[in-house]
Structures are given as C-alpha cells and as structure tokens.
Write a protein that binds this ligand. Structure first.
Ligand SMILES: O=C(O)c1ccc(O)c(O)c1
Ligand SMILES: [Mg+2]
Length: 637
C-alpha cells in the first residue's frame, strides 16, 4: 500500500514538512503549488530534496478553472497548463490534478469538458505526463464524482483519469458505492479526508475543517472499500485542509496522518478481504477488559500524603514490591500503585510532572498482541531494566509521555500481584473500606490541539468508540470533553481539551508541565453509605454551593427527602431517560488533581456534564487562597 499526504496538510516550511512526512513513514507527497512557490529553490532542487527524503512526488496540484471556457480564455488555459507541465518535468512528477472549474465564464456542457480534457491529455501524453480530473463539491457545473467520471469516460484518453476525493463525495452525501462501477485503471489518484458533521457551507467546511480519516464523522471506510473494490492500486493520499493542523506540530500531525491511513486500511482489509491483498495485516483492535492498576509517581513525602488521602477513601495499604520502592493500595477491584523509586521511568515522570499518574495498566485479551498492534500503528513501545523476579509486562507510551502496561490471563501476567508483591499486614492507622468497587473512568487533560491525536490513538488501537463531544463550562473558559468507551464500558476515558490557562484544566497542564490524568473516578454501589464511610474516615469532601441544590429541585422531581440527603452529603445528581447518577468529589491536590466517587443507577451512561461547572466553581473557591502545589502541604499530617 502506498501512503501519501498533501503538503498542505502539514505545518512548516517545505523542508520541515518533508522531514516530518518522511519520518512518519509515508511513501510519497502531493506537492501543493503554493508550497513550491513559497520555497526559494529551483524545481529540480525541490524534486531532489523530496527524493533525498526517500519520498516520491505522487501528484502536483491544483490546476484550476480549466475546462469549458470560451475563447480566448480557453487558449490561455492551455498555455497555462503547458507551463505547469514544464514545471512538473523539472520536479519529477507525472500526474497533475485538474479540479472542476469555478470560473464565472465556464460554459458547462459535458462533451465540451470532455473534449478539453482529451486535448489536455493528448498534450500531457506527448511529455509523458498524465491528467487527473476531480469534481470539487462546489464546482460550477461539475460537483459530483459521477459527472466527473462521465467526462473522463467521454474524454476517452489513456492519459486522462478521474481523481476521487472522499471529502467531495461524502460531504455531499453521495453514495460511495457509486464508485464501484468505475474501472480501477481509470482512477488516477485517490485523496482521503474526513470531517466532523457540522452544518456549514461546503467550501468553508472543506478549507478549514477537514481532519484525518477516523477523526471525523464521514463514512471514509465505506468510500475506501469502494475504491479498493475497483481494483485501484495507486496511492491513498491524505489531503487535509485544517486550520489547527496548519499551526500544529509537523511531526505530530504527520504521525497522526500515517496512523489514520493504516487504521483505515486495516478496517477496509477486514471489511473487503477479497480485494485487500496489498494491505498488510495486523492484530485486531484490542478488547479491553478493565483497568488493572493506576500508578502514581511521587517522592516519599508526597507518597505519604497521597497514602493518607487514599486511606480516607477506604484504600488499604496491601502490599509492597519485592525489589522496588513501590506500594500497592487496594479497595474492591481497584489497584493503586505508588512508586517512589529514585531511578527509572516513574522517577523521571515525578521530576518532570510532580506527583502524578505515570502509568495505567489495562486488562486485555492478549498483552503481546496489544503492543504489536500499537506498534504497527506507530505507537512507541516501552521497556526498562527489570529486577530478578519481575515480569516482562508489555507496555507502550501513551498520552503525555505516560506509560500503558497490559495484563492478560494467558500467562503469568495475571498473577503479577502475587509474583512481584509481598502482602503487608493491616497497619494501625488503616481505615474502613468505603465500598469503592472499580475504576469508573480516567480523565486525561490535554491541550485542545492534542485531542484528535489521542482520540485517534485510542480508537485505532483499542476496541473503543467515541461518545459525542461535550462542552464543559469553566468560569475561565471552555473545556471540551470527549469520552471514549469500550462496548461494555469496562474502560471509560474522558479526554478533556483545555484552550485557556485560566480553566482548572488549563492550569493543571501548565503547573504539571503537561501531565495527563487529572482525575480518577471510582464507582460504588451505594453512594450514601459510601459518603458516610468517607466522612468517618476523615475524607475531605468538596463542599457544594447551596444554590446548586435549589436549582436541582427546580430541574428534577426528586422523591421524598432525596434532595436533603444529597445536600447533606455534598452529592451532585443527574438523571436521563435511562437512569440516575450520583457523584461527589475531593478538593484538588498538587497541581490540580482530584478524585471523584460515583454511583450509576439504571442505565445512566453519562458523566454528569451538567454538574461540571458547579464542581469546578467549588474547587476554584477552595483554590483561591492556595499557592501550594505539593500534596504534602495540602493534607494534614
Ligand atoms: O479547496 C480547493 O480548492 C481544493 C483544491 C484541490 C483539491 O484536491 C481539493 O480537494 C480542494
Ligand atoms: Mg481533493
């Protein structure tokens, strides 16, 4: 499979774009005329520079407003084309994209357009070049690939083919299966882009909001399946006009792009096995069976403070690692690990981010296959030297440079707690279990620009789906929240994208230098019993404003004394047609991390988004007079 990307998709000057594209593993590039013009090198040198990076130039584009013009505009358009042909010969590219005309004087007429393309094809052929014709969704007379194909068919020239671009077809909701009747050898090139479904002018949507396949809402998989069914075996090329990408990190965007193509191809391979021989196989998307552990990096003081907080939540210090300064805290099915080593990954995470989650352990069906799939999709694997008696637990790097480990039941991995840890007797200061049963969700905070990257990371590697994006209003700005869930919801992640440093989330990113897990939510079966146990354990619950409860009474018809019980225990409430939701919070610690305790009743599957502004306001009230960012300064010894 030949992967390609248009230079417009990536930020930077041409050389910077090329090195990002090359190191992400692409086969080739579509060179955008503007990128070439902006670069002060001769065409021959540009061509050489591209090939020195190990890349092919798969396409030169765009050539606009060509077909169906009256004289003398028509003759001038042909002259213009000849000059582009000169340039292409110097660059070393044989295919040019002609996009359907938006010229106000273009006459229309399918045979006129076909005749123009035939003549252009004839001229191109004389120089060993080829023409690809693409219908822009806003083309004046041609804006549908079915019409573009009819023109190419009537042009009837071996050097003239059609270019199919998923955006133009799917944005207009044209059935991609109409592509299946086009002969594969008449498809000159294929461009791929996705987009979020928003009601918008087609032109504006295309120029500013395209995203990588899988990052948006369009059926790009169906489109690509249809392409493969025709027998087309040329490049699959990303053409992504996106304002955010233009200002983003060239390397990160290139890596995302390559990952999106490989993931797309993998989905096509599975859906159309008969026509996908050129697509290399990889292990299937990983089904996640749950969160096995969460590991914090800390120093001794901070670990003691974190331990105190955990014990007020009902966790027991259960075991100590056989060879490392690592302790295991346990409650219900939740394993929290605190790592205070003075060497290794956790220590460097602590030095960089302060007390923070450095590692997430997931239970999966097959840990080795998980890493194999992640690596096939361009994720970095992770390992560090082991002590005698330690297991080799497969791992990769995840969000914010953190680590993800994978545990499965196929090997000794399932017994890691017995093999690597020695149980501890209950200490004199152990507190009562509070009924926490499992990790409900892990909330990762990141810059808004990184949200697509990590959403694609999770959805391509794991069998998880995106929930609709939610806006969370913080008094300091908006935070976007994207939930990612496995089918049975044993894994729920919420990715929170902050745009302003004045939000609690933005402050967390700034203070912790990009650390990622900002909050952990634990589930219980009886929120009122848990709240009582927490109170007895000395847990400092986040106090919620009385106004919240007055508002709640107006929004929900709450039975009996429920409102009073919620108010007394600082429990927030939400409900939908499927069930009810109860949540309480801790205050924030360190750089702004916190804990949530929740109960889901009935089929409620949300996260209490309506409550988030109240929680944030309450946390900010407590923070107002605090500048301390160490956990140990914020908890009573
Ligand atoms: O927005 C445009 O003008 C434009 C140009 C070339 C393309 O291939 C395309 O899809 C859009
Ligand atoms: Mg295009």
């Amino acid at each position: 499979m030949k992967t390609s990307i248009a230079t417009v998709s990536i930020a930077g000057e041409l050389p910077e774009k090329l090195s990002a594209i090359a190191s992400a593993g692409f086969y080739g590039i579509e060179i955008f005329e503007q990128d070439f013009i902006a670069f002060d090198g001769r065409p021959r040198d540009v061509g050489e520079m591209v090939r020195d990076h190990g890349l092919e130039i798969t396409l030169f584009q765009p050539f606009r407003d060509f077909e169906g013009l009256p004289e003398p505009l028509r003759a001038r358009a042909f002259d213009r084309a000849e000059r582009k042909f000169d340039l292409m010969c110097e660059l070393g590219v044989d295919l040019i994209l002609v996009c359907s005309s938006v010229h106000p004087q273009a006459i229309g007429g399918i045979d006129r357009a076909a005749a123009d393309l035939r003549e252009l094809g004839e001229r191109a052929a004389r120089r060993g070049l080829r023409i690809g014709y693409e219908a822009l969704a806003w083309g004046r007379h041609v804006n549908d690939h079915r019409d573009a194909w009819e023109i190419v068919r009537r042009a009837d020239h071996p050097s003239v083919g059609i270019i199919l671009d998923s955006f133009h077809t799917l944005a207009r909701q044209i059935d991609p299966d109409t592509i299946r009747s086009i002969p594969g050898d008449r498809i000159a090139f294929v461009q791929l882009a996705d987009a979020p479904r928003i009601e918008m002018d087609l032109f504006y949507w295309s120029r500013h909001f395209r995203v990588m396949p899988g990052e948006g809402d369009l059926p790009v998989v169906d489109f690509t399946r249809a392409i493969m069914a025709t027998g087309y075996d040329g490049p699959l090329s990303l053409e992504i006009f996106n304002d955010q990408f233009r200002g983003g990190s060239p390397r990160a965007i290139a890596v995302d792009g390559h990952r999106s193509l490989l993931y797309l191809a993998d989905q096509v391979r599975l859906a159309e096995p008969a026509v996908s021989q050129s697509i290399p196989p990889m292990p299937p998307r990983v089904s996640v069976e749950g969160v096995e552990f969460i590991e914090f990096a800390a120093d001794d003081n901070e670990a003691a403070a974190l331990g105190r907080i955990l014990s007020t939540m009902g966790f027991q210090k259960a075991a100590r690692h056989i060879a490392r300064d690592v302790t295991l805290w346990r409650q219900g099915g939740i394993n929290i690990v605190i790592n205070t080593e003075l060497e290794g990954f956790a220590h460097s995470a602590y030095l960089t981010h302060g007390t923070s989650v450095c590692d997430i352990g997931l239970r999966v069906e097959d840990a080795n296959a998980t890493v194999e799939r992640a690596r096939a999709l361009g994720a970095m694997s992770f390992s560090q030297p082991r002590f005698e008696g330690e297991l080799d637990i497969p791992a990769i790097r995840g969000v914010g440079g953190g680590v993800m480990h994978f545990i499965d039941g196929n090997s000794e991995l399932a017994r890691v707690w017995d093999i690597e840890f020695q149980p501890l007797p209950a200490g004199p200061d152990a507190r009562a279990d509070a009924g926490l049963t499992r990790v409900d969700h892990i909330a990762q905070t990141m810059n808004y620009e990184e949200m697509l990257t990590w959403t694609l990371f999770y959805t391509s590697i794991f069998d998880v789906a995106k929930a609709p994006m939610v806006d969370v209003v913080d008094p300091g700005g908006l935070v976007r929240s994207q939930a990612i869930e496995s089918p049975d919801r044993t894994l729920r992640l919420t990715l929170n994208g902050a745009e302003s440093h004045r939000t609690l989330a933005g402050r967390f990113i700034a203070e912790s230098f990009g650390s990622s897990v900002q909050h952990l939510a634990f589930a219980c079966d009886d929120i009122f019993a848990t709240a009582e146990a927490l109170l007895k354990n000395g847990f400092e619950v986040l106090p919620i404003s009385p106004n919240y409860y007055d508002d709640l009474a107006s929004r929900f018809d709450l039975p009996g004394d429920l409102l009073g019980r919620l108010r007394a225990a600082n429990i927030l409430f939400d409900a939908d047609e499927r069930g009810q939701f109860f949540q309480l919070y801790s205050r924030t610690y360190g750089d702004g991390m916190f804990f949530e305790i929740l109960e889901r009743r009935g089929g409620y599957q949300g996260y209490g988004a309506a409550n988030a502004p109240h929680r944030i306001a309450a946390q900010k009230r407590l923070l107002r007079n605090t500048t301390q960012t160490r956990w140990s300064q914020q908890t009573r010894a």
